[in-house]
Design a protein around this ligand. Structure first.
Ligand code: SF4
Length: 427
């Protein structure tokens, strides 16, 4: 069988398809994240570097030189010593998309849904250090107890997709929809529109859906959440990821013509009143730049080179890619699908490269490679580095809390309503 590492290297050197930004990711990624903190409008090198960052995107200040110049061994020693000193007062959570140098320090690794549950249930920890991105740390702050403090090691670790829907654009959209649909429920008690936000959104938007009868979803439970929404509403406004919304609604049998795209800069989102009247799911014009890189040409190539290959993709990928794959699901789904294979299998996976490489290392009996031939990690996940972790932990040991993520109380209360609806809707 082809060795896993050779397989990845071979595909890395052979770009396929016509992705607009293929090739932009490799050279700058060898730099340390503090060298990349060049300010707006860039998210830094990686898959979302070409997306425009909003002006209010948090920026990370300069951390002390000792953390920027320490080698891996010294950072490892500092981090482990601080973890030992803090003991049960500390829990470190890590997302699947974080690099190995980071997740080695995590007490728990998971997807955004699993990490939200961890934040809810780790009541004994005074500090939750969140190795993920900004919206995840906000969610942890909303779900954790008031006395717990959530810390994001690098404030520049945002999410370009989450930034594609801001509160004022969604409020404007909502006003226009109320003019078109009114606010009265139909004879079955279903209101005109239920707002559904993907977990990958700001706390302000989770609060918006909470106070407007809506709900949060993740890629693990989007089907259940849409079913929940259609029991209560005639249609759904889904943001910010159009692809997860489209893929999930299509699987529920909703016609593509009943899923207009809402472009926030245009009146009525760029739609006619008739198209909106006919709509079942209004899809916000947002996307993940990591998952947008995958295309059907890559799947065709994988199938030609590896007959019998099992193609699994994330539902943030475009619809044609999900349709051409053997299966699609959340990071947890992908992880479990690989773990469940009892015979040596070739997997071509369409999700973030750090997770794919980790699966390849964990399951050497299989051949596992990323569908995207160019190694291009998520720009913002990449901003977390052991240097920042050592800094925040040693500050905690010294009795100082830095980089705390704190959601305003009113937003937190409303967002919690929407998150609790999601946790209750779990099948
Ligand atoms: S992988 Fe995509 S959705 Fe996830 S944090 Fe990065 S940009 Fe956001």
């Amino acid at each position: 069988m082809t060795s896993v590492n050779n397989t990845i290297a071979q595909l890395t050197l052979t770009p396929v398809g016509d992705t607009a930004d293929s090739g932009v990711c490799t050279s700058d990624l060898v730099k340390s994240p503090w060298d990349l903190d060049t300010g707006l409008p860039s998210y830094g090198p990686g898959s979302s570097m070409d997306d425009v960052a909003p002006e209010d995107t948090p920026q990370q200040g300069v951390i002390p030189e000792k953390y920027r110049t320490a080698d891996d061994a010294e950072l490892d020693e500092r981090i482990r010593a601080a973890q030992e000193t803090l003991g049960e007062r500390l829990v470190v959570l890590g997302h699947f998309y974080q690099r190995d140098e980071v997740v080695q320090y995590a007490d728990f690794i998971g997807d955004s849904f699993q990490l939200a549950n961890q934040a809810l249930n780790r009541e004994e920890a005074e500090y939750i250090v969140f190795c993920g991105v900004h919206f995840m740390a906000e969610t942890a702050d909303i779900l954790s107890k008031d006395a717990q403090k959530v810390i994001l090691p690098n404030l520049a670790a945002g999410c370009s997709m989450a930034d594609m829907a801001d509160e004022s654009s969604v409020e404007e959209c909502w006003e226009q929809l109320e003019e078109i649909y009114g606010t009265e429920a139909d004879s079955e008690g279903r209101v005109p529109v239920i707002p559904v936000t993907y977990m990958n959104s700001s706390a302000a938007l989770k609060a918006f859906v909470g106070r407007n009868g809506g709900i949060v979803c993740t890629s693990s439970n989007a089907t259940t959440v849409l079913e929940w929404a259609f029991e209560r509403g005639q249609r759904v406004l889904f943001f910010p990821d159009q692809h997860l919304g489209r893929n999930t609604a299509k699987a529920l049998g909703i016609d593509l013509e009943q899923m207009p795209l809402w472009s926030p800069a245009k009146p009525l989102g760029g739609n006619t009143p008739e198209a909106l009247q006919n709509a079942k799911v209004l899809l916000w014009h947002g996307f993940c730049s990591v998952h947008r890189r995958f295309n059907t040409g890559q799947i065709d190539k994988a199938r030609a080179e590896y007959p019998g290959v099992n193609v699994i993709v994330h539902p943030e990928c475009p619809m044609e890619v999900v349709d051409a794959a053997d299966s699609a699901g959340s990071t947890d789904f992908i992880q479990k699908a690989v773990a469940a294979a009892t015979e040596p299998t070739t997997f071509a996976i369409g999700t973030e490269i750090n997770m794919v490489n980790r699966l390849a290392d964990q399951y050497p009996q299989h051949t596992i490679f990323c569908l995207d031939p160019v190694i291009c990690p998520c720009s913002t996940m990449y901003r977390i580095h052991p240097g920042y972790i050592a800094w925040v932990l040693e500050e905690l040991v010294a009795g100082r809390v830095v980089n705390q993520i704190s959601v305003p109380a009113t937003d937190a209360a409303n967002a919690r309503v929407a998150l609790e609806r999601m946790l209750a809707a779990k099948p």
